[in-house]
Design a protein around this ligand. Structure first.
Ligand SMILES: [Zn+2]
Length: 462
């Protein structure tokens, strides 16, 4: 066993928009809903306690203060209103030894209002997004405009000096970049390297202890090694969000992680995003084998950062996977069954090892019931409902199960469900299994509705 395999991950992180842990459905606002009040603080107090217990040491939080648009001036009345709640959330994180990182855009994501207010920071000559040119450019500042650099630094100043940020998850590319006559002379990777490096260096000049990471949506991580090394020189970790480097071959990823000046990270393959607008007992898709295998392979390749996308604790998947991923990140070499067994022991207290083994096998069977119909899930987002509606959307994740595989999934769940009462009776703390028993009929109802829609057309029957 090599050292890298036996070592816990250095950056054992959580990731999400501020309401992704919300214990109830949020309807009536576009995604991402970043509403915040005293209940949010209460939810985070509980979540951070659980996260510490699960073994995490950081949390990249998106939407603490803004999503698409920082206000002008930055310290607006709304920012001041949010301040007492965010301060309390950061305090709760600190109490549990969890470093809260601010998820922020770099030159794009968060600049819509700034660009309207100060048009000198952007050029309306188009934007390059994931390889396509988009004519509208109300969202990306221009690297060649000095006022853009000033705004970026003003935001970093504000977050570090006024709002108490201990680090950042930077995202430079998800909404694309300026493609004006000057910027287009730079390749994508050169552009993202420059904006990331300069912003990170500026942040470290304010506080060298800040933890800085890159969320690599839209950034080429599988290019020449020297590009990625250059991109990472002022960072503590780089998250290869869609595992581009692994897709190029494990040998490539091993070599890349050995050359990087910081930790190489992953989101674990498909990013299972919790539905914003669904009741919390409407889904259950445990994915220990999928994510655990990804963690083990990343560790074997020398990676030491991981960001796990959070979900609400009152959905049994959210709680189970939080503890499982935390366990696997501390013992990346452990077989999936061993980590899952430890979590089952902790959360359910089975009365004997036979019940424990039965529950572990059952959870893996529930996962396999979906995977065998859907096939290998690609990296990138896995959404239960469409992200961009304001009210509860249809279960689009079931569209991954084509033809008869949806009926087979239903048959498997219907059969597996029968084991729940017996397993619950074999545990001293069966609450999690009882919650699963409440979710499964709702999953099956979604399957039935989906099958009806397939037979009778797209009318929303639910
Ligand atoms: Zn430009």
């Amino acid at each position: 066993m090599s050292d890298s395999k036996s070592r816990p991950f250095k950056h054992r992180m959580l990731l999400g928009w501020v309401n992704d842990i919300c214990p109830h459905a949020l309807e009536g606002k576009p995604w991402p809903d970043i509403s915040i009040d005293q209940d949010t603080v209460t939810n985070y107090k509980a979540y951070f306690q659980e996260a510490k217990d699960a073994g995490f040491n950081a949390f990249t939080l998106w939407g603490l203060y803004s999503s698409h648009a920082w206000p002008v001036p930055l310290n607006s009345p709304e920012i001041q209103r949010r301040r007492k709640f965010v301060d309390a959330i950061l305090e709760e994180a600190h109490k549990q030894g969890i470093t809260a990182l601010f998820g922020i855009g770099v030159y794009s994501w968060g600049f819509d209002e700034i660009i309207k207010h100060d048009p000198t920071c952007a050029r309306n000559e188009g934007r390059m997004v994931y390889g396509s040119i988009v004519p509208d450019n109300g969202v990306a500042m221009c690297y060649h405009e000095p006022s853009a650099r000033a705004w970026m630094q003003r935001i970093i100043d504000f977050c570090v000096k006024d709002l108490g940020a201990k680090g950042f998850g930077f995202q430079p590319a998800d909404l694309g970049r300026c493609y004006c006559h000057e910027c287009k002379l730079l390749s994508d990777i050169e552009y993202y390297t420059r904006v990331t490096n300069e912003t990170a260096a500026y942040a470290k000049s304010l506080d060298k202890n800040l933890i800085l990471g890159l969320s690599g949506w839209g950034v080429e991580i599988d290019g020449p090694f020297e590009s990625t090394v250059k991109l990472s020189q002022n960072l503590d970790f780089v998250t290869d969000v869609s595992d581009q480097s692994a897709a190029k071959g494990r040998t490539f990823r091993k070599e890349l992680s050995a050359k990087l000046p910081c930790s190489l990270g992953s989101l674990g393959g498909p990013v299972i995003v919790p539905p914003q607008r669904w009741n919390r007992d409407r889904w259950f898709f445990p994915h220990a084998n999928l994510t655990g295998t990804n963690i083990r392979e990343l560790a074997e390749d020398g990676g030491s950062a991981f960001e796990f996308f959070v979900g609400p604790l009152n959905n049994p998947q959210g709680k189970l996977m939080l503890h499982f991923v935390g366990e696997q990140l501390q013992h990346p070499e452990a077989p999936i069954e061993t980590s899952l067994g430890r979590v089952v022991d902790k959360l359910l207290k089975p009365k004997n090892t036979q019940t424990k083994s039965e529950i572990v096998a059952w959870l893996l069977a529930v996962e396999m019931a979906f995977i065998k119909g859907a096939g290998k899930l690609p990296g990138g987002e896995f959404d239960f409902e469409p992200l961009k509606t304001e009210y509860a959307g249809p279960p689009i994740y079931l569209d991954r199960l084509k033809g008869q595989s949806l009926q087979r999934y239903r048959d498997d769940l219907s059969r597996l469900r029968l084991s729940l009462p017996g397993m619950a009776a074999g545990c001293r703390e069966p609450e999690l299994l009882n919650q699963i028993a409440e979710c499964l009929p709702n999953v099956m109802m979604d399957i039935d509705q989906t099958m009806l829609r397939r037979q009778h057309g797209p009318r929303d029957l639910r």
